[in-house]
Design a protein around this ligand. Structure first.
Ligand code: SF4
Ligand code: SF4
Length: 59
């Protein structure tokens, strides 16, 4: 399982990028300015969920 990103809530990586800094495993990639978890790779740890100021990431 990986986390899900709500593109309507995400401010865009260029404006925010907090989740990139939060992921200790560097498992987020930039796809057209929206973060996307790598599969396989993301371990569903939830650090990015806690870090996102826009509540855009969920399990
Ligand atoms: S759930 Fe954890 S491993 Fe997956 S992208 Fe978020 S911080 Fe990285
Ligand atoms: S922390 Fe949230 S709002 Fe910021 S880039 Fe990541 S998903 Fe988007």
């Amino acid at each position: 399982m990986t986390v899900k990103i709500d593109e309507n809530k995400c401010q865009g990586i260029n404006n925010c990028g907090t989740c990139f800094d939060a992921c200790a495993l560097n498992m987020l990639q930039d796809v057209d300015n929206t973060p996307k978890p790598k599969v396989p790779g993301c371990v569903d740890c939830g650090l990015c969920i806690i870090a996102c100021p826009s509540d855009a990431i969920s399990k």
